[in-house]
Design a protein around this ligand. Structure first.
Ligand code: AMP
Length: 207
């Protein structure tokens, strides 16, 4: 089972991806999480990508495609995987065609006016990278590993607008790309996480 999640920043891709991967026993591949880990560990890649990520831009296609190519060959991907945050450009989507054949692209649709509000409440664990939202979780340490929570630099209001505009320019065209391939399924993401999850599960079960 090879799934792709599409949707603007703040659509709930990460939250839904975690649950779907647990339920179907597939690997969760979040390029954003992978890059944040590289930054936390201060690797060459992490240091090179930091400025672009913090400005809300996109890391170069070559770097990202190389990362994903390696990742999908790891043993935990044998049963399948869910790509969360990749592809983000047409060039990445075309490169993916040479790496693997996808079964479905789920587009989580959320109106632009809701995104900024949602993102401003996000908190992230500095230890394990788990994500939280202040509407549901008010502690300032992680319930999984106990490390302090922080606000992602690219979740600050001035950067969020840039990320949404980068999404509109570079990533939104992927909706048509996957629709033309007959792989696209749209889900209304402007509902409770439980309702959205139920819809995605039903779609994935229909594969
Ligand atoms: P995310 O956690 O998916 O919102 O990703 C956080 C940031 O990492 C993005 O705003 C980009 O700067 C970078 N990033 C993640 N995935 C990609 C990708 N597929 N292509 C380019 N940059 C990416």
């Amino acid at each position: 089972m090879k799934l792709i999640f599409l949707g603007p920043p703040g659509a709930g891709k990460g939250t839904q991806a975690e649950k779907i991967c647990e339920y179907f026993g597939i690997a969760h591949i979040s390029t954003g999480d992978m890059l944040r880990r590289e930054m936390r560990e201060g690797t060459e890649l992490g240091n090179a990508a930091k400025a672009v990520i913090e400005a809300g831009g996109l890391v170069s296609d070559d770097i990202i495609i190389g990362m994903v190519k390696n990742r999908v060959n790891e043993p935990d991907c044998e049963n399948g995987f869910l790509l969360d945050g990749f592809p983000r450009t047409i060039a990445q989507a075309e490169a993916l065609e040479g790496i693997t054949a996808e079964d479905m692209a789920v587009n989580i649709d959320v109106p632009a006016e809701v995104l900024v509000d949602r993102i401003s409440g996000r908190r992230m664990c500095s230890g394990c990278g788990a994500g939280y939202h202040i509407s549901k979780y008010t502690k300032d340490t992680c319930e999984k590993c106990g490390a302090p929570l922080y606000i992602r630099d690219d979740d600050k209001p001035e950067t969020v607008l840039n990320r949404i505009s980068v999404y509109n320019d570079k990533t939104q065209p992927l909706i048509d790309f996957y629709d033309n391939k007959g792989l696209l399924k749209n889900v209304d993401g402007n509902r409770t996480p439980e309702e959205v999850l139920a819809d995605i599960k039903a779609l994935v079960e229909s594969i």
